[in-house]
Design a protein around this ligand. Structure first.
Ligand SMILES: [Zn+2]
Length: 397
């Protein structure tokens, strides 16, 4: 990525502002500085944004820093570097078209009518069924929030989307599970070393995948294959990253973009709300989403959700779902169980909240259309060498 030329900061303002969330205010870049500095102001307390979002969050002023070459790459990706002002105008037009499409969908016009999904909208009874849009491509307008406390007895009617055609399918797709992409501190414990894959090892793994014909797909692609038989590439793979660590943005995200891969990032949203240094920020989450990554919930604060009250589960699960949707403007449909723990009640709540599937940490690569709430994963550990990585890719159970 360092070979990409840089773009003067003055040309960036409009484009990047439109790429990022509405809170973004300006981008500054000093000559010779290796970072663009993005200032943003959250103009209103987040408690006004949704019924499950964190209370007591005060307006804040934050400054983000992004490597120049990453921003330059983003612009190149959007055609702005090649077409200059025309490119910016074209992108503006595209955004208007997307916005109009979204508005049309909000009034019930089907934008992608190839599959007619059915919904149970019990948790949000005033929402219009805007999610008939193709799930991974078109920003879905925010459903109307109901400013009421969560009901203690949601109707648990499972209505998965897309409507299954009734055929039970199985497929072998390795879903890799990462946590930190960073060098662990020297004096750290075995658990932390296990969770931390150094960036050099991670890049070696991506290079191996690229050179051996693997193509990343999303969980949405996997779902459509299992439920409807839509084709997958010859060597599909899904890359997932749990917990929402800052190093995922700093280390993993640029490498994924560089290698032409996408990933799914399961976020714990409490530390993001609270601005913890080791976790992503909301503008980073929004940027990754805009550039093709899937940002999905992993609970509010990572508790064991087995045997908890429905209210508590709704707060933990739907709270983090809505917090992410607020920033990405996309509907979240997949959940990663905290520490992999789940029970039937948790699955029932997820179904009632219109999730399409959830990921465990059971070590396997074969998935079935009737087990969407127990999607197994392959844990990639810090100490894994390339041979161990290859062996894990070839698991056939
Ligand atoms: Zn976790």
């Amino acid at each position: 990525m360092s070979s990409y030329s840089l773009v003067p900061a003055g040309n960036l303002n409009g484009l990047i502002t439109s790429l990022l969330d509405e809170c973004m205010h300006r981008i500054a870049h000093a000559p010779g500085d290796s970072f663009y500095h993005i200032s943003k102001t959250v103009a209103k307390p987040q408690e006004t944004r949704g019924r499950f979002l964190t209370r007591h969050t005060q307006p804040t002023h934050l400054t983000e820093s992004l490597p120049c070459d990453m921003l330059a790459y983003h612009l190149r990706l959007r055609g702005a570097m090649r077409f200059g002002r025309i490119g910016v105008l074209a992108i503006g037009g595209l955004l208007v078209v997307v916005a109009l499409s979204a508005c049309s969908a909000a009034y019930g016009i089907l934008v992608a009518p190839t599959v007619a999904p059915t919904f149970t909208l019990t948790p949000e009874p005033t929402a219009t069924p805007t999610s008939t849009l193709a799930p991974t491509e078109t920003p879905t307008p925010e459903p109307t929030r109901t400013p009421e406390p969560p009901t203690s007895t949601p109707t648990l009617t499972p209505t998965p989307w897309p409507t299954p055609d009734g055929i039970v399918r199985t497929v072998r797709v390795p879903i890799l599970m990462y946590h930190h992409i960073s060098e662990p501190p020297k004096d750290t414990d075995a658990v932390q070393r296990d969770l931390s894959v150094p960036a050099t090892a991670f890049e070696e793994q991506l290079r191996y995948l690229k050179e051996n014909g693997y193509q990343t797909i999303s969980l949405y692609d996997l779902n459509r294959h299992l439920q409807l038989g839509d084709p997958l590439p010859e060597k599909p793979i899904i890359l997932t990253f749990d917990d929402g660590y800052r190093d995922n943005f700093v280390q993993a995200f640029p490498l994924l973009v560089e290698y032409g891969f996408t990933g799914t990032f399961f976020l714990i949203t409490a530390p993001i709300d609270q601005g913890y240094e080791g976790y992503m920020t909301w503008p980073q989450v929004a940027l990754m989403s805009q550039l093709g990554m899937d940002m999905e919930p992993h609970s509010y604060s990572h508790p064991d959700l087995r045997g908890q009250s429905v209210d508590y589960i709704v707060w933990q699960v739907v709270g983090s779902k809505e917090a992410i949707e607020e920033r990405t403007k996309k509907t979240c449909r997949f959940f990663a169980y905290p520490s992999g723990h789940f029970d039937q009640q948790l699955v029932d709540v997820l179904r009632s909240a219109n999730f399409w599937g959830a990921l465990s940490i059971n070590g396997a690569t074969v998935h079935s259309s009737d087990k969407m709430f127990d999607l197994a994963r392959v844990r990639i550990s810090g100490p894994d060498d390339l041979q161990t990585f290859k062996d894990k890719l070839n698991w056939d159970w």
